[in-house]
Design a protein around this ligand. Structure first.
Ligand code: PLP
Length: 417
């Protein structure tokens, strides 16, 4: 355990001003919630917007609304390299997870495999993910989708404020959702946003969100305490403290369909006051670091991805929450992470395993293999790009990286265990 300066892998800070604005909103009541809905509709340029307790809750409500329109369809297609919240929400909505492998050079769907998987009469929707803020290729997905009954639900949980070819991420599919959790692009302690232009879906979503319970007073107290903790403990000078407390389970990913679902509180709405300006400020800070990492990491997924569209990645880099780097083997990842842990530099793994490796889903994917997704969980590390990162941290990180072998070592075992 390290005591002393430690960087979080990702961080979207809350300030004292945010906290005060949250407290004021507690007393102002629902008017502040109404204002935030309006802000979000304007920001995304969409007709409808819904705020709920988490990204998982947002996805669950989306799936329930879609299922009402298509009761005969019960499967949801997702990349096998994904956040465990996604299968948790799919199970919660009473639906089945279908997997497609990824392309290791883009972390997006393997589009050759996707085409067949889309031709499935039981498929309700497909979920492209803008992982780390890397834009998924929605245009290509639209070309491959022959069946208009299959909805595109954009998981932009990690990509709020990001853009691709002039369009805001989350606005290209029939529906999009975002997370306001800790460590996302913008945080309200927790929270989820749904956006859509579709009136009939919006009608159904309005009914489902209205049916959610209000935030209990106990939950609001917890939110205030969490906001205070985020304000104080996310700073590198103190982050070692919560990190050393195992019961907080920081940075861990769980599969758990029994997550709480409730409405967004007025306190949370207050935390988001002035969000547009704040998103812009956080993006500018991250962008400077992203440019630096792009110059210094040759083995860059970001570069490969954007090269496909002939964009000059250095001029206009995508807005990333964490900068992914593909290492030559899992042994190198282990060494690098151990070194980073000692120095408190915030390097992190992505997910413990691919979705088909989740024990609780065991059996659902028997006989299916998604080797690239599994390799991504073993061989990727992410480098911080947030505002707590200093020039000195960057130099130290590059130094650590330079000490690692660049050649593949003996191969990893096939499972993370
Ligand atoms: C965080 C995240 C979610 C879920 O959001 P929560 O607010 O944590 O429930 C979904 N998808 C992706 C890709 C995420 O990173």
């Amino acid at each position: 355990m390290r005591i002393g300066r430690t960087l979080p892998p990702a961080a979207s800070p809350l300030t004292f001003r945010d906290l005060m604005s949250g407290m004021r909103a507690l007393f102002a009541g629902s008017i502040e919630l109404e204002r935030r809905h309006q802000d979000l509709r304007t920001y995304f340029g969409t007709k409808h917007c819904f705020l709920v307790s988490s990204g998982k809750a947002a996805l669950t409500l989306i799936l329930r609304a879609l299922r009402e329109l298509h009761p005969d369809r019960d499967q949801v297609l997702i990349p096998a390299f994904a956040c465990y919240s996604i299968p948790s929400a799919i199970t919660r909505a009473g639906l089945q997870v279908q997997l497609c492998d990824i392309d290791l050079t883009t972390l997006d769907f393997d589009y050759d495999q996707l085409e067949n998987k889309l031709a499935n009469p039981r498929l309700l929707c497909v979920l492209p993910i803008h992982l780390f803020g890397l834009p998924a290729d929605i245009d290509r997905l639209k070309q491959l989708r022959r069946d208009p009954a299959v909805y595109i639900v954009e998981d932009a949980a990690q990509a709020m404020g990001g853009e691709w070819q002039g369009k805001k991420l989350g606005t290209q599919g029939e529906l999009g959702f975002f997370s306001l959790g800790r460590g996302k692009a913008l945080t309200a302690v927790a929270g989820g946003i749904i956006i859509t232009d579709d009136d009939s879906l919006a009608g159904s979503l309005a009914r489902h969100t209205a049916a959610l319970p209000e935030c209990s007073p106990g939950t609001i107290v917890k939110q205030v305490v969490s906001a205070l903790a985020l304000m104080l403990l996310l700073r590198p000078g103190l982050f070692w403290l919560p990190k050393a407390m195992p019961f907080l389970r920081l940075g861990e990913t769980h599969y758990d369909p029994n997550f709480p679902m409730h409405r967004f509180s007025t306190f949370q709405a207050g935390l988001l006051a002035g969000m547009e300006e704040k998103i812009g400020r956080l993006r500018r800070t991250r962008r400077e670091h992203i440019r630096f990492w792009l110059k210094n990491f040759s083995n860059s997924i970001v570069e490969k991805k954007t090269a496909m569209t002939n964009k000059t990645v250095h001029q206009d880099p995508p807005d990333l929450l964490r900068f992914p780097v593909h290492m030559p083997s899992c042994q190198v990842v282990d060494q690098l992470l151990a070194a980073s842990e000692q120095a408190g530099l915030g390097l992190a793994r992505t997910y413990p395993d691919a979705i088909h490796g989740i024990v609780q889903l065991n059996g659902q994917f028997a006989g299916q293999e998604f080797p690239n997704a599994r390799r991504a969980t073993q061989e990727l590390v992410t480098v911080p790009v947030h505002g707590f990162l200093t020039v000195r941290d960057r130099t130290q990180l590059l130094h650590l990286y330079a000490q690692q072998p660049k050649e593949a070592q003996p191969t990893c075992t096939t499972s993370n265990g």
